[in-house]
Design a protein around this ligand. Structure first.
Ligand code: GUN
Length: 296
């Protein structure tokens, strides 16, 4: 193995420590405690795990955590009513509605109801537009985490060829916007892309965000490239299961210059960036200077 392993677990720990320091300072200087509200509708088991983890980490950095667990049959009107209350509540600086929502709820409509200033997921159309036009936005957590790791490893990304495999609103599209903002030459590839292997081989920075276990083998990776694996896929392994990414780690690590493992790569960065975004939102809502290096 030749690649440097980009340790997201350790990096996320450093981000959380910096967030905690700023939170303590905000409280000491201004009596402000950032508050994050997380809304979960229904009983999706994966979402329950994420929401529990978000609440725990929120408290650990000294913020206030408000969890709203709603029944799977909650009506759109009830959910929109809760969001209106959270928008109006000065104790709440960040609002996150855990996705996916049950099928009878329109997630676009629900996200549009969140105050963009409190939209710590960066999913509101205003934030999408601000990011796309290079303005100060709330930036989606997973792409923000990937960018922090890339900047830390490379310094400047200017002029590098970046290929993002996956075009989701949560990862692929905002990731491409962020890399464009860093002056990369960006390609977004997806399930209909022709000669995907050749497209990937051009990448100095290869971001895999497709949700297909180990679909990118090492021989699609350019020698020395930085490989960021956003995939978290559970696969059968004998009579057990294990987590793998969208990249075939063992073969890719032979050729890459740097690579994120799964687990322990991008995954832990997502919640760390959610906390960073909540801190950023709090500072902006109070007209205070925002901490350096915790957003773009
Ligand atoms: N479900 C899976 N990932 C995410 C995320 O980043 N934000 C929200 N709100 N829901 C998710």
């Amino acid at each position: 193995m030749s690649a440097i392993i980009l340790d997201g677990k350790a990096f996320a720990g450093r981000v959380r420590a910096r967030v905690a320091e700023h939170v303590a300072q905000l409280h000491a200087d201004h009596g402000i405690t950032p508050g994050l509200a997380v809304v979960l509708v229904g009983e999706d088991p994966a979402s329950q795990v994420y929401v529990r983890s978000k609440g725990k980490q929120t408290r650990e950095v000294g913020m206030a955590s408000f969890e709203h667990r709603l029944d799977a049959t909650t009506s759109e009107a009830e959910l929109l009513g809760l969001i209106a209350d959270l928008n109006a509540d000065p104790q709440i600086n960040g609002i996150l509605v855990q996705l996916p929502l049950p099928a009878h709820l329109d997630s676009d409509l629900v996200i549009a109801a969140i105050d963009p200033a409190k939209d710590v997921d960066g999913f509101h159309i205003s934030n999408v537009g601000l990011l796309g036009t290079g303005q100060k936005a709330m930036v989606p957590c997973t792409p923000l985490g990937c960018l922090m790791m890339l900047r830390d490893h490379h310094g400047s990304l200017s002029g590098l060829d970046a290929v993002v495999v996956g075009r989701s609103n949560i990862v692929g599209k905002p990731m491409a916007q962020l890399l464009l903002g860093e002056s990369c030459t960006v390609t977004i590839a997806h399930s209909r892309t022709r000669d995907l292997d050749q497209v990937c081989r051009r990448a100095d920075i290869l971001i895999a965000a497709v949700g297909r276990p180990e679909m990118i083998p090492g021989d699609w990776v350019k020698r020395g490239a930085s490989v960021i694996d956003v995939g978290i896929n559970r696969i059968a392994d004998g009579d057990k299961t294990r987590l793998v990414g969208d990249v075939h780690f063992e073969s890719a690590a032979q050729v890459a210059g740097a690579i994120t493992p799964v687990p322990g790569g991008v995954g832990p960065m997502t919640i760390a960036c959610l906390l960073a975004n909540t801190l950023t939102a709090t500072c902006r809502l109070h007209g205070l200077p925002e901490p350096e290096g915790l957003t773009v």
